[in-house]
Write a protein of this length. Sequence first.
Lengths: 691, 147
Amino acid sequence: MDLFGSFSLLLAFLCALYAIGGGIAAVRTRRPLLIKSARNAGFAVCVLIWLAMGSLAYLFLSDNFSISYVVAHSNRTLPGYLKISAIWAGQEGSLLFWSFILSIYVFSALFTYRGKHPELMPYVGVVMAGVQLFFLAINTFAASPFAVLGTAGAGGALDVIAPADGRGLNPLLQYPEMVIHPPMLYSGYTGFTIPFAFALAALLGRYPGEKWIHLTRRWTMIAWCFQSIGVLLGAHWAYAVLGWGGYWAWDPVENASLMPWLTGTAFLHSVMMQEKRGMMRVWNVWLVFATFLLTIFGTTLTRTGLVSSVHAFAQSTIGPWFFSFIGLVLVVCFTAYWRNRDYLRSDNQLDSLASRESSFLFNNLILLVACVAVLSGTLFPVLSEWVQGTQISVGAPFFNKVNLPIGLFLLFLTGVGPLLAWRKTSMESLKRNFGWPLLLGMVAGGAGVALGLRNFYVTICLSLCVFVTLTILLEFYRGARVISARSGANIFSSVARLTMRNTRRYGGYIVHFGIVLIFVGISGSAFNQDKQMDMPPGAQMEIGPYRLVHQTFDSVPSVNYTSERATIAVDRDGQQSIMLYPERRFYPSNEESGTMVAIYSTLKEDLYVVYAGRSPETQAPVIHAYLNPLVKWVWLGGLVVVLGTILALVPNRQPVLALRAVAETVPAGPSPARLPMEQPLQQNQQDESRG
Amino acid sequence: MKVRAKFGVGIGIILVTLSALAWMGARESKTYYHTVAELASLDATALRQRIRVGGDIEAGSIQRLPGRVDFILKAEGQTLPVSYVGSDPLPDTFRDGAQCLIEGRAMPGGRFVAEQVQAKCASKYEAAPAQDSTSSPQTGTDANGRS
């Protein structure tokens, strides 16, 4: 099976070479047969990668301990689903897994647009195959997951060594979330390859108009959605497993996943400028280039030990591969841009500061500044070594100082941006749209201060959260009122109908609301507290409104590990509410141990209890308890973001004609009633004229 | 033109504010990375800064004492005695032979007082290539570290 796998990879590599060569020839000669053949090679690459992936999965599930990768990451007692997740637990397998997810995207893109856009698709195919070729080359020549354990025997033959059991999976990864987190994050990272390929292809082929943006809009949203899930699951894993009481530490690996998310978010917004107004063409192309480069850079950071981090600090052999690839992509992108820069000229200029364009511009600027700040903070040790000769690193205060105001400004734009008109917004409309939300937001902030809130950023955040939520609610309410006045339906079914008529717009609002919830959750971290105590059975600890009583302490053997576990009864305000079982697991197969945090989570706060080992003097168990307000809101917000994105991906339900009829039958009443209908109409007309 | 100027001012204000914040944040949390060997040769001012050192934990050197954990960090043949005094529990990966990064201050007597300890974690990305290059799984650190 290992031979089958490595041959599949080698064949995939050759097919990718052909897809590139044939694709370039197809672009030059425009011969239909060649175009088709290059595309089929593209399909073949994907299928071969799937076969390789399948054979690696088979090797893991059948406990084949002659394969060094399987030995390093699995053992016999590991449950089946964790054996699957062990596939991406190490360098080689995770690279293959990257190719695997990428090939799903590539296959879908090739399949969706087979026989369509003959001017564009051959270019797209070449770019996609080029990216695949890079990962296949590493997997084939530098880091094969199918390497067999063995020594050189007599006559140069290979004596295969197969240990009786593997060394097991890192306990920190033996957690259900770690099974889904990497696939989600990888789906995000690799997904940005599709818009990148289309952008580069459109530029190289001087493909007319904004078509590539329409084509890639959904792909970008899918990638963005996965990236969001991946980042948040990573944060949740760090919170629930690592046991230090927080979910974000500005570690290089976390930053690596955040940076493409930031530029991806900027891209999702600024494409609207290009779609609606033909502006920012150069900017968009470079944003998508940057996003793709940051995904590659992100995985480089994790794998090469460029910057020391909790997750990786030794050197590895594949660094030069990645740096060469990044350099090559940069050269290709820049050349393509330079030779075709006249094709990217803008149609329009900015008209006013109070306009949708301007809010998008600031949104983009600020997201990009955030990305640059995170990037420079992450690379500070490398940069300072170049400049000063000593490695200097910066910590959380640096990232927080820069990113807190950025975050709040973004939150403000989230409320303001969608309600500003294109080109120029009148004073009257500003008052109408923002008067009440702004007033109530300020009242909420004032109330917070009156009730004893003294943290500047948290107060601002509170005001903005109220402001943004109200602007969003107002948008739904105004639109729904029009529909309900016309059809007589109640307001709730009108909201549903309104949403389904323009899913992109209203799904977008729901995503914005999810972001508000995440900000609420983050602001809670200003009030975290924690306490550590030696707690022999019978001891008590008070933290916030909770009283923890240590009842029993026991040692429990299990199949894969043995654990030490404390049983803690928790009272809240004198009433018994729940039992918590913080434990520490010890895995004999690799002599590693893992902490299992016990969390009692409510909307108001999380009680987070860690069993931190035994006290060296008394041998009593040490309990570290954290009280983290509002953390649950972060995860809830993430859920809302995902649901909103999925909603935005659903096609609009109402046909264009019906919409127009609606707009015409709306009584010429007060202008706010007309507002929500204007934009869908414009958009649909534009789509019509293009399609 | 007027609109452009307005944008320029807006963008300028944002960039200046954020750069100032970044500068303040960097000054507050700057940590200098030194190797164990370099520590001995640093002058007094350099020693007062917050310092980060990387190395391996010498096998058998971990002593859990009241209020602190002592261990010896080894890198390039040099050793450094360390006392960890931080309040966070040490990570699960902190054990004999593990690679670790410590952050804190160097004391005049040559002892390093660490407030933060990170030990190599989760993704075994680094371990894997090294194991492949040795042809047998019975060599290298694994044989010493594990059974």
